[in-house]
Design a protein around this ligand. Structure first.
Ligand SMILES: Cc1cc2nc3c(=O)[nH]c(=O)nc-3n(C[C@H](O)[C@H](O)[C@H](O)COP(=O)(O)OP(=O)(O)OC[C@H]3O[C@@H](n4cnc5c(N)ncnc54)[C@H](O)[C@@H]3O)c2cc1C
Length: 484
């Protein structure tokens, strides 16, 4: 950073999707901004690497992007003009069963309903009303709790969203396929499915399947943050990699400081500039469970018993709703499910450049207790083999990432938590803690902009966008100075 030190209005710590979204928001308003990134490259939870064998390009973290393609901020930036190409398979999600054909969330609502038997009409009644103005609804949902701009869609969503996912699934549907499909979507909450508000995840993930789909990014998820980086560069912003910020002394003077970090790092770095009581509350933030991830080099596609599973970017492997609920209950209790619920993404089926000709990448993870050290490789492979006999014979090489590995790669992933912290009733909208403006801190120069603020985890940049939009309002009253 030498040479330009001291010349910024705003400094952003962390070049993940939210840090970059915050920096772009500031730069668009004419603010000079520098982003300081600990790793050797930008990207945070969107990095790619040849984790298994040469030529196999794996998404290290995010794989499919239901929220990325519908993100109001990403849409406004037209990231496609900066090199991002979304690949949208015909199906967002496939959900295989032991004894019947897979249930599938096609991009087409009609086709999805047509295959759900007597639950088809019920699924349509649940989702179709949310599709009347999906982008308006998503703009209200992907932000802090506030008076909605689209109240009728919001209320329509809200009355169902408050329920536990298993309750809503039982009430709304009669048969296992639709119930399990909904439960798998809700399991993205990383909460027991009997908790209130878990239905909201089921609804949002189902809804997005019929709006933008659950796309993969051509070349890897890094294409999303590279596009953001390109927008930032075009606006004059700068990124400084290999710059880990450990204390306020590592920050150049600025008027605003935005942290794309977890709340513990915010407490550690900005603590001397914040009241003790606020810092103590930040340190009580709950991160929730972690994940265990398995990446594979495969000598062919996964041989699903129902080959239609190959038409979806994502496959939820977990069987019935009861089994999925049991898996998610176990990780919440500090146990490891014998048959874990898996999120499998099939990037190379749609983006052939991810693997050598005829070969494929494999991507699967399950939820595990916070900080777990248990190797889940065998259990993950057994679950896939259950629905895809012969799968294990296709494995050429494996790479595993447990909670400690994830945290080593990215200090934000505390205990392997991948979505910025537990998104339960007490922390979904009030993250990192209860405050009228959750992005602000008692110091008007210090802001949190990571997934530990609303709307939480996922590659959508909306935490960064909202934090920076609010911070901008305080810019006028802040003088350029060291943080402490
Ligand atoms: C295994 C896994 C699978 C996932 N799957 C999906 C998925 O399929 N779809 C989806 O949408 N999301 C997925 N996610 C979640 C998604 O990646 C995150 O929610 C998202 O990246 C959060 O963005 P962020 O900018 O808040 O933080 P991050 O992406 O974590 O970025 C933070 C950046 O800040 C840097 N940093 C942290 N501390 C410091 C410091 N002190 N000094 C300097 N730099 C610092 C980090 O190195 C990092 O680059 C997944 C995550 C993981 C780990």
């Amino acid at each position: 950073m030498s040479g330009s030190e001291g010349t910024f209005d705003a400094v952003v710590v962390g070049a993940g999707p939210n840090g970059l979204a915050a920096a772009v928001t500031l730069a668009r308003a004419g603010v000079s901004v520098a982003v300081l990134e600990a790793a050797e490259s930008i990207g945070g939870g969107t990095r790619v690497a040849e984790l298994t064998l040469p030529g196999f390009v794996h998404d290290v973290c995010s794989g499919a992007h239901p929220m990325g393609i519908v993100s109001p901020f990403f849409r406004e930036l037209a990231l496609e003009k900066h090199g991002l190409e979304w690949i949208r398979p015909a199906a967002s999600l496939a959900h295989p069963f032991d004894d019947r054909p897979a249930a599938i969330l096609w991009h087409s609502l009609e086709r999805t309903c047509g295959e759900l038997g007597r639950d088809g009409a019920r699924y349509e009644r649940l989702i179709a009303p949310l599709l009347r103005d999906p982008h308006g609804l998503l703009a209200d949902l992907l932000g802090p709790l506030r008076v909605p701009e689209h109240p009728s869609s919001f209320v329509r969503f809200g009355v169902r969203a408050l329920w536990p996912a298993t309750w809503l699934a039982r009430l709304a549907f009669r048969d296992e396929p639709a119930r399990a499909l909904f439960a798998g979507c809700a399991a993205h909450s990383i909460l027991p499915l009997t908790q209130p508000l878990t239905a909201s995840f089921g609804l949002i993930f189902s809804l997005t399947a019929h709006v933008g789909g659950w796309p993969v990014a051509r070349g890897g998820s890094i294409a999303i943050t590279r596009a953001l980086g390109s927008v930032l560069e075009s606006l004059g912003g700068t990124v400084h990699t290999n710059h880990r910020v450990r204390s306020a002394a590592d920050l150049p003077p600025a008027r605003l400081f935005l942290f794309d970090t977890d709340p513990l790092q915010l407490a550690e770095i900005a603590g001397p500039a914040l009241p003790d009581g606020y810092v103590r509350r930040l340190r009580r933030f709950r991160f929730g469970p972690g994940v265990f991830k398995l990446d594979l080099a495969l000598d062919g596609p996964i041989p699903w018993s129902d080959p239609r599973c190959l038409e979806a970017s994502t496959v939820h492997v977990g069987g019935s709703m009861a089994e999925i609920a049991a898996s998610e209950r176990a990780m919440w209790r500090g146990e490891h499910a014998e048959r874990p619920f898996l999120i499998v993404v099939q990037q190379s089926a749609f983006d052939p450049g991810r693997a050598p000709a005829g070969r494929h990448t494999g991507y699967a993870y399950c939820h595990v207790p916070h900080g777990s050290t248990v190797d889940m490789t065998n259990r993950i492979e057994a679950q896939i083999e259950r629905f895809a006999p012969g799968f294990r014979d296709r494995i050429l090489a494996r790479h595993t990432l447990g909670p400690a590995d994830l945290e080593r790669r990215n200090p934000n992933d505390v205990g392997g938590a991948i979505t910025g912290g537990a998104a339960d009733l007490t922390q979904l909208f009030t993250r990192p803690l209860v405050r009228l403006d959750p992005y602000s801190t008692p110091n008007p120069r210090v802001w949190l902009c990571s997934a530990s603020t609303p709307p939480g985890g996922g590659v959508h940049g909306m935490c960064g966008y909202h934090a920076a939009s609010r911070a901008l309002r305080r810019l006028g009253s802040a003088a350029r100075a060291p943080l402490v």
